[in-house]
Ligand binder design. Sequence first.
Ligand SMILES: [Zn+2]
Ligand SMILES: [Zn+2]
Length: 310
Amino acid sequence: MTDNKGIFTLSLDTELAWGMFDKDNVGDYENAYRNTPDVVDHLCNMFDEYDISATWAIVSHLLMDCDKAHTDRTSPNFEWIDDWFAELPCVNGFDDVLWFAPWLIDRLQACETAQEIGLHGSTHMQLGADGCSRQHAEEEIDVAVKTLREHGLEPKSFVFPRNDVGHVDVLREHGIKVYRGRDAYWYERASVPNIIKPPCRFVDEAVRGTPPVTEPIEHNGILEIPGSQTFRPSHDGWQYTPGECSVERAKKGLERAARTGKTFHLWFHPFNLGHSPEKDCHRLERILMIVDELVREDLIKCVPMGEYSE
Ligand SMILES: [Zn+2]
Ligand SMILES: [Zn+2]
């Protein structure tokens, strides 16, 4: 990475019901989860068409056909859930399609444009939250890395569930080289109260604010690539900002990356596109077309997270 082209990085938090089971609102997203296999298929086709290598940060339990109670692991002491391992989607009687995706790796590996497979935990445990000890983190990461290894994969990249960064040294000890940091806005810092964040995000989107571009930050042998923009879904209130905003913001971010030689890091969850798949995939495609154009003009290149470590 010695030339000074801008960089486009795309990371995808791939989780189905693992992302919400502890907040007790899986029902709000169930329809989108059920549409996720189609969304993933559509994403893969678009990534082939526009030659995009994305980083798929997956919850590794998506790959495990599970009939056990997970009594071998101890639950973290989170204030919002009584007993983590007693309430997992695989234990709690959820429909398999909401938490089990045995087709996922094959589909990603069938892409013509290589896709990177990284991790988003083994059960989506919030590693930076109070109540998650080093031992909880070690078990969570150890199972995740082992599961991918069973599929012949050596994960290098990690996305923290809820972007809650913690126990980075445990990642490093398990061979992870790169993680996504929080989005690089003042209001996304951990020290800013959570209640302030949503209105700030909404305003930035509505005024089509230019997203930040960044450079990797090294933390004793592991690299942080901060986020630049969350590609907004068509639910949870975001449907009230014009869909145009997300495309225009990404365009500004990409042009800024091209100008400065820095990284524009876009991210979202595949299920986010599952509420209005056609409309949202089309909106994303317009961003990928801009990427494609800038790549052809030799102004940016598309780099998955793991490649930063090379
Ligand atoms: Zn299980
Ligand atoms: Zn997540």
